[in-house]
Design a binder for this molecule. Structure first.
Ligand SMILES: Cc1cc2nc3c(=O)[nH]c(=O)nc-3n(C[C@H](O)[C@H](O)[C@H](O)COP(=O)(O)OP(=O)(O)OC[C@H]3O[C@@H](n4cnc5c(N)ncnc54)[C@H](O)[C@@H]3O)c2cc1C
Length: 394
C-alpha cells in the first residue's frame, strides 16, 4: 500500500504529527503496536511545565544557548496550548492557572534568580516571590519554603484525553490509524520507505511512503536500528502517584528547583504526585524489555516524603494509586526532532518533556516535512547533532 507519510507510534508525538500532516493534505498511515495512547503519553503526569525544569537548570552551563532557544520555543508552546481545545474541538480538562517552582535554601533561591534571568531574557513571564508571597498563594506549603518563581501560564491537562483527541482529528482528516500492528522492518528502496508490520495473529502487511516518521517514544532507538541508524533515545522508567479526592486546595502546578517534585490537583479532586522518581525497567537477557516498569518502593517513599516535606497540607490524604510509565531521554536531555540527513525522508519526533511540548513539536515537524522549513527553528534539536554516531553505519 502506498501513502505520502508513514508514522510509527500511536502516542502524542505520532498522533499529533499524523494529524498535522493530514491537515496539510498528505495521505497518512499511522502504525501502533498496541492501542493508541497506551505508552508514556497516556501514563504521564499531565504537567504543562513551561519553566525550565530541575533537570535542565542543573545543566545550564553545558546547555548554554540551547537553553535560551528552549525558552523561546516555550512561548510558542504556551500560545499553542491556549488554543488547543478549540483547535481539536475537544474538552481536555486543560487548566493554565500558573505554577510555582519552590526553593528552600539560599543556593536554591540563587538558582531561581539565575533561571528567571534566562527566562525573562527570552520574554517568558516569571515573577520571583518571597516566602510570605508564596504562602499567600499556596497556604498548604511548609514554612521551610523560602520563595518561588511563579509562571502564570503553567498548569495541566488530562493525558488520557489529549492524544485520543489528536487521533480522532487525524482520522477525520483521512489518516488511517492501524493499531495492533508491530513494525518489524523499515528499509529504503527505490527512493521510498518500505515498512513491514505484523498483527497479533501474525498477519503481515507492507506499506510504502516517501516520508517516514519515527515517533516510537522510548523505542525510537529500536525503530532507528531497522534503518541502520543510531538514534540515541534511552528508555527511563518513571513513577506517578494519585491521592484520593479532596476539595480544591492546590490551584497551581507545584515544582521544586532543587528536589524531584511535581504536584497538582486535577478536576476530580485527586492530587497527582511525581517529579521524576524512577521505576525499574523490565529486562530480558540484558536488553530492556517491552513490558511495564516496576514500582521501586524506595523511590515511592522518597517521592511521597518530598511532597510531604514541602506541602504538609497533603498529609491527611490517602494514596489511591501508584503507576509507572516508560519514556525516552537523549544524552543532552534535549528533544530529538527533525530530519536525519543521511536517510532522505526519515524524520524523528522523540524525547524532551513530550507532553508539554508534544503538540508544538508535532506541528513544527509537520511544517518541516511539508514546507521544508518550520515556522520556529528546530535546529538545536536536529538528530544530525548525533550524526557522528552514524558515520560508520554504511
Ligand atoms: C510517568 C511519566 C510522567 C511524565 N510526566 C510528564 C509531564 O508531566 N509533562 C511532560 O511534558 N512530559 C511528561 N512525561 C514525558 C511524556 O509523557 C513523554 O515525553 C511523551 O508522552 C512521549 O510521547 P511519545 O508519543 O513520543 O511516546 P509514547 O507515548 O510512549 O508513544 C510511543 C508509541 O510507539 C509505539 N511503538 C513502539 N515500538 C513500536 C513498533 N515496533 N511498532 C509500532 N508501534 C511501536 C508504542 O507502543 C507507543 O504507543 C512523563 C513521562 C512519564 C513516563
Amino acid at each position: 500500500m502506498h501513502c505520502d507519510a508513514l508514522v510509527i507510534g500511536g502516542g502524542l508525538a505520532g498522533c499529533a504529527t499524523a494529524c498535522y500532516l493530514a491537515e496539510a493534505g498528505l495521505s497518512v498511515v499511522l502504525l501502533e503496536r498496541g492501542e493508541i495512547n497506551r505508552g508514556a503519553s497516556g501514563q504521564n503526569a499531565g504537567s504543562l511545565h513551561f519553566q525550565l525544569e530541575h533537570r535542565l537548570i542543573h545543566h545550564a552551563d553545558a546547555l548554554g544557548e540551547e537553553l535560551q532557544h528552549y525558552v523561546a520555543l516555550t512561548r510558542v508552546a504556551i500560545d499553542h496550548w491556549r488554543n488547543i481545545e478549540s483547535e481539536l474541538g475537544s474538552e481536555l480538562e486543560l487548566a493554565m492557572h500558573g505554577g510555582l517552582m519552590l526553593a528552600e535554601t539560599d543556593d536554591e533561591i540563587a538558582l531561581l534568580e539565575r533561571k528567571a534571568g534566562i527566562e525573562r531574557g527570552q520574554g517568558l513571564e516569571v515573577e520571583l516571590l518571597d516566602a510570605d508571597e508564596t504562602r499567600a498563594r499556596a497556604p498548604y506549603l511548609s514554612p521551610q519554603v523560602r520563595g518561588a518563581l511563579y509562571c502564570p501560564h503553567e498548569g495541566h491537562c488530562n493525558p488520557r484525553l489529549l492524544t485520543p483527541a489528536y487521533a480522532r482529528k487525524a482520522a477525520r482528516l483521512g489518516a488511517e490509524i492501524v493499531t495492533h500492528c508491530t513494525v518489524g522492518e523499515t528499509r529504503r528502496q527505490g527512493g521510498q520507505w518500505q515498512v513491514r508490520g505484523e498483527d497479533s495473529r501474525g498477519t503481515r502487511r507492507e506499506w510504502r511512503a516517501s516520508v517516514l516518521v519515527n515517533a516510537a517514544g522510548a523505542w525510537t532507538m529500536d525503530i532507528g536500528r531497522m534503518a541502520n541508524l543510531h538514534l540515541p533515545v534511552f528508555p527511563i522508567g518513571l513513577l506517578m502517584n494519585a491521592t484520593e479526592r479532596a476539595a480544591p486546595f492546590i490551584h497551581h502546578l507545584i515544582q521544586h528547583v532543587g528536589r524531584r517534585l511535581s504536584m497538582k490537583q486535577v478536576d476530580d479532586g485527586n492530587v497527582l504526585i511525581g517529579g521524576g522518581w524512577s521505576a525499574r525497567l523490565p529486562q530480558q537477557l540484558g536488553q530492556w524489555g517491552a513490558g511495564r516498569a516496576a514500582i521501586d518502593m524506595t523511590a515511592l517513599r522518597n517521592n511521597l516524603r518530598t511532597a510531604l516535606a514541602v506541602a504538609p497540607g497533603i498529609e491527611p490524604l490517602k494514596i489511591l494509586r501508584s503507576w509507572t510509565g516508560i519514556t525516552g531521554i537523549t544524552p543532552d536531555q534535549l528533544p530529538l526532532i527533525g530530519a536525519v540527513s543521511r536517510a532522505p525522508g526519515y524524520f524523528v519526533a522523540a524525547g524532551g518533556s513530550g507532553f508539554t511540548y508534544g503538540p508544538t513539536y508535532a506541528r513544527l515537524l509537520s511544517e518541516l516535512i511539508t514546507r521544508g522549513e518550520p515556522s520556529h527553528s528546530l535546529a538545536p534539536y536536529s538528530p544530525d547533532r548525533f550524526a557522528h554516531m552514524n558515520m560508520f553505519m554504511g
